[in-house]
Unconditional design. Sequence first.
Length: 252
Amino acid sequence: MQDSSLKASPARHLALQGASNFRDLGGYKASDGRTTRWRHIFRSNHLGQLTADDVAIVRALGVRSAFDFRGLEERAAGVCVVNEITVHSLPIEPTVVAALRTELARGTLTAPVALELMRESYRNYVRHNTHSFRNLFGHLLEDRAPLVIHCTAGKDRTGFASALILHALGVPDDVIVEDYLLTNQHYRRDATAAIDLPEDVRNAIGSVEASYLAAAFEAVGREYGDVETYLRDGLKLGATERAALKARYLES
């Protein structure tokens, strides 16, 4: 029989009407035995379509900062509707849909091609966009939680960022992948997006696969040797910064 005195964990997924992929990174056990703090770091799709009820929930959570990986046009199309939130732009311009349309025009677009383009986009997060993730960690060490990290769908750029955060906090790889794949349970795709592309291709880009995240970490290995070196040299998280990050985002 379960001990009724044990405090129930908060909900990981908050079912917002206008942001289906809004989730909490709390409650994961790290290698030192501590646990990631609940209600400190959230990950989400964009905050431009929140309903009045959604806004009330986000306000009740106390979120004051958002870290937005969307590109210029994406941001303009979905401005955060919560006035109290300060938005910090860490832009990574989207490239996959344009690449898919190029393949479509050539007559060479298939679902396997789409999957490989998705994997390549994750490799490019490491090759070309490490500065945006480095800036995120600078904010994580300065800004006060609760905070939210997001892009448009909250699955790719946000997914890699969340994986890096959990790695930096000492969460095991298998748990990180499980968190990443939760997008497939919760994210509601925009049925009007990229309707010129074949359905199997839209399925490939509208969900996540473990191979996508693995491609990013394969690039980390090629470019930096291993994840620890990437955290130190790519993201500028030395021993002092790692300790400060853990003090802030792990339960004592």
